[in-house]
Write a protein that binds this ligand. Structure first.
Ligand code: ATP
Ligand code: LTN
Length: 339
């Protein structure tokens, strides 16, 4: 908390390379990230250490490939590596090191309360300890950069509150060390639901197993259209917004998040009209966003050296910020011989 008065406020966020990114990840996270680039100093990381928390789900070669894919998708979504630091979490060793220190400062009761742990541990074959301590690693990601804001979808709010609480607890135990972060959640698009089951959050892990669940950012245009046209709605046929089912609300939210309107304004245009009109326009709006994104993605992946050079420079910039904060935390906790 020393030099922080003189710099731009900071943002840090990340996505796990644990599967194919979907429109929920884009609308809940990536879309807001790119708009923050002029106001904030930004750090966007590919959180590969987090992807190890369910090891059965990620084979090593797939994890390596997904890490590059996610980094390329950040850039394809409009993250400019000249204005933002883009890096891979495991390449900045301070994350794993601070995670241990914070794990020790994390009361078990707080970890046990995390809803993501409860839901993910129900579906995992064996539950690794990392799935439980995951929020301490996420807190390390955030606290190392003294982030003021953490732009994420609604499902991550609890983890950011955890990061705040563990930072406050560390500060109490060892003296003022960490800045307390705030969640930044978009008004629309923060919780996109599965197209096949609109009472469940659209998720990478479910999308891998259930075709028709998610709209993948790299899906072919006909697959995107098909998934939207087949999205579960209800037995009605014309939109009555005041009584709309979760499936219809979800389609309207997707459209609104893309167009930048409120759901009410979008819904008013479809009031009393058949569901098919809404679906067709949602499909067009989504394709209008994904077509240029896919093209930029292909360009980035086609230039072999480019992505490596962005990630090398990103890791170096990230280390320059994270290492001194880690050193401060270690001294505060009495680790090593330096005082
Ligand atoms: P997994 O199923 O592997 O947990 P996920 O789809 O939940 O994956 P994450 O890597 O956990 O994706 O999330 C990356 C970012 O995308 C986070 O900011 C998260 O809040 C956001 N996000 C994830 N799913 C949605 C969704 N359905 N709607 C809006 N935002 C989402
Ligand atoms: N837990 C997040 C991913 C994540 C993250 C972060 C998000 C790991 N570290 C730091 C914001 C800030 C998730 O989306 N599942």
């Amino acid at each position: 908390m020393t030099e922080s008065n003189h710099r731009k406020p900071r943002v840090l966020s990340g996505v796990q390379p644990s599967g194919a990114l979907h429109i929920g990840n884009y609308l809940g996270a990536l879309l807001q990230w790119k708009d923050l680039q002029d106001t904030y100093e930004n750090f966007f990381c590919v959180v590969d250490l987090h992807a190890l928390t369910v090891p059965e789900n990620v084979k090593p070669a797939v994890l390596r490939e997904k890490t590059l894919e996610v980094a390329a998708l950040y850039l394809a979504s409009g993250i400019d590596p000249k204005r933002s630091t883009v890096f891979v979490q495991s390449e900045v060793s301070a994350h794993a090191e601070l995670a241990w220190v914070l794990t020790c400062a994390s009361p078990l009761g707080w970890l046990n309360r995390m809803t993501q742990f409860k839901s993910k541990s129900e579906s995992a074959h064996t539950v690794g300890a990392g799935l439980l301590t995951y929020p301490a690693l996420m807190a390390a990601d955030i606290l190392l950069y003294e982030a003021d804001q953490v732009p994420v979808g609604a499902d991550q709010k609890q983890h950011i509150e955890f990061a705040r609480d563990v930072a406050a607890r560390f500060n109490e135990l060892y003296g003022p060390t960490f800045k307390l972060p705030n969640p930044m959640i978009p008004p629309t698009g923060a919780r996109i639901m599965g197209l096949d089951a609109p009472e469940q959050k659209m998720s990478k892990s479910t999308g891998e197993k259930a075709p028709g669940h998610a709209i993948g950012l790299l899906d072919a245009p006909n697959a995107v259209k098909k998934a939207i046209m087949r999205a579960v709605t209800d037995t009605g046929s014309e939109l009555v917004w005041a009584e709309a089912s979760p499936g219809l609300k979800n389609l309207v939210s997707i459209y609104a998040a893309i167009s930048g309107e409120t759901p009410d304004v979008v819904a008013a245009r479809y009031e009393g009209r058949g569901y098919g009109y809404l679906k067709k326009d949602v499909a067009e709006a989504v394709e209008g966003t994904l077509a240029p994104l896919r093209a930029r993605y292909a360009e980035i992946r086609g230039d072999v050296g480019y992505l490596d050079s962005v990630l090398d420079a990103g890791a170096e910039r990230a280390r320059a910020v994270a290492d001194p904060v880690l050193a401060r935390a270690k001294i505060a906790a009495g680790l090593g011989r330096t005082r």
